[in-house]
Design a protein around this ligand. Sequence first.
Ligand code: MN
Ligand code: MN
Length: 292
Amino acid sequence: MNKESIIKAGSICSEVKKWIRPQIKKGDLLLDIADKIEDKIKELGGLPAFPTNLSINEQAAHYTPTWNDESTAHGLIKVDFGIHVDGWIADNAFSLDLEGTNENEKLIEASQKALEAVEKNINSELTIGELGKIIEDTINSYGFNPIANLSGHSMEQYNLHAGVSVSNMNNHSTKKFGTGLYASEPFVTNGNGIVHDGAKGNIYAFVQDKQPRNPNARKILEFIKDEFGDLPFASRWIVKKFGNKSRISLMQLEREGILHHYAILTEAKGKLVSQTENTFLVSPEEVMITTK
Ligand code: MN
Ligand code: MN
């Protein structure tokens, strides 16, 4: 692991978070918020590790605006973005209540308190199951549920979900954190605690190396592999570079199994979801919250 790059990605993340958070108001174009975040990341010397997710209310994750998106910020909005420096990732998220409702505020508080409990307790000797219990108990104390099928994750260079799931529930896993880079992200809902795949969103990732039939698709695929590797990217990034017709190539690449097209993860009963996330560099010597 490259500690220097991990710390740099984390400090860019923290700076962008502090800068953008007070700027987000009800009625702002989601597209403007995403562009601002992604431009700022680059200005500070990082690259987006994945498209800015701006998921609202029952959407738990994976909504990012299209190139011409007209939807605006409202409701309970989750702002989830990531930075990488040489492939070393800082992943973070916060939630905002743009309506001033008690329920939204309570949901956000539960998620923040769950993450604070993670910050207090995580160490190399702790098990995934023990941390899951701490998160679950905190969320339950507010009368809410964690989302069972959304978890934090280990990260490696250029690998956002590197194999270890950091559950938000007591799954009785006896695996210890040991040494590693982890994102913890308590998701809280006033529903039952399950998300399912909603409509297809605007996020893709390269998953299978095959030669596309169409020459335009081939050119776009070369760019994707060079620019993003296996990391997720936004359709609007491709449209910005190759024009509106490139959307057809993305569809072809998806059909040929070369790209994965992410669905918007949606609470199964249409209930509200909040999320808070930080990245932790854990070792027997110390625990660093890189994104704080
Ligand atoms: Mn995230
Ligand atoms: Mn994450």
